[in-house]
Design a protein around this ligand. Structure first.
Ligand code: OAD
Length: 242
């Protein structure tokens, strides 16, 4: 694909690039998106009903098992060329803020520094009431418990109805306001507050480049649209500015 020279100029001259990624960035690693993961044994479940504190309290083992299945799956995949291109971009631009909605840890596995994880991290586990972090546990017939307080363990992800981590979301909004260019990559731009970040950038007069093979609610307002998979487009973009 030939990339619009205005995009290349923007990225070459930017002092601060802010980036929001979503599940699409991991699609080429073989990680099914949140909704796509509800197939096979899990196809009768509604994701928005399963990923809530209420669902966990009502049926902890079922919710724990769903996340255990996701954790196993993520342990078997690797970062793709899109993740690697973002690591390369970090070494090219003076300042890069990488904000992700993904809980798969693939940006960190690729080598991105200081990733702002808005929705938590699936590989981390903490107890439900007291937030004690636990690094080792055994899978049994019931939900494992915290060695410190005996409370049930849960994945350290943000569930529907829960607040996002304050420092991360504040830093993300500040980056959207401050950046010279904002990239929204592989996100359906539906789930707020993350979906408000590119809008915040636009409000401050900062151009937004969307990278996605599909249209989203952001497409019309984005300054530029690069239509295609991030695993192809991001390496091309990085090659074009190097
Ligand atoms: P979604 O699953 O809602 O959307 C994935 C987006 O990736 C879609 O717009 C696809 O068109 C796009 N896509 C698919 N393949 C792609 C590729 N190869 N390259 C680039 N884009 C591609 O994922 P998110 O926007 O991340 O929240 O979803 C946001 C949040 O909704 C998730 O973090 C999760 C979910 O509910 C929580 O769990 C709190």
């Amino acid at each position: 694909m030939s990339i619009n020279p205005e995009i290349i100029h923007l990225l070459k001259t930017a002092q601060h690039v802010a980036i929001l990624t979503g599940a699409g960035v991991s699609a080429e690693s073989g990680v099914p998106t949140f909704r796509d993961a509800f197939s096979g044994l899990w196809e009768d479940f509604d994701p928005t009903e399963l990923a809530t504190p209420e669902a966990f309290l009502a049926n902890p083992k079922m919710v724990w098992d769903w996340y255990a299945m996701r954790r196993t799956m993520i342990g078997e995949v690797a970062p793709n060329p899109g993740h690697h291109a973002l690591v390369a971009l970090e070494s090219i631009v003076p300042k890069l803020t990488l904000i992700t909605q993904n809980v798969d840890g693939l940006h960190q596995a690729a080598g991105s520094q200081a990733v702002l994880c808005l929705h938590g991290n699936l590989q981390r586990v903490r107890c439900f009431s007291n937030g004690h972090y636990v690094t080792e546990w055994a899978e049994t017939d019931s939900v494992p418990v915290c060695p410190t307080c005996g409370d049930m363990l849960r994945p350290d992800v943000v569930w529907f109805g829960e607040n996002l981590p304050v420092l991360e979301i504040e830093t993300a909004f500040a980056a959207a306001a401050d950046c010279d260019v904002f990239l929204a990559i592989g996100t359906s731009a539906l789930v707020h507050p993350a979906a408000s970040l590119p809008i915040e950038a636009l409000k401050h007069g900062n151009p937004v480049i969307e990278i996605n093979p599909e249209e989203t609610p952001l497409t019309r307002s984005a300054t530029y649209q690069l239509n295609g998979p991030s695993g192809v487009i991001l390496p091309e973009l990085v090659a074009a500015i190097t």
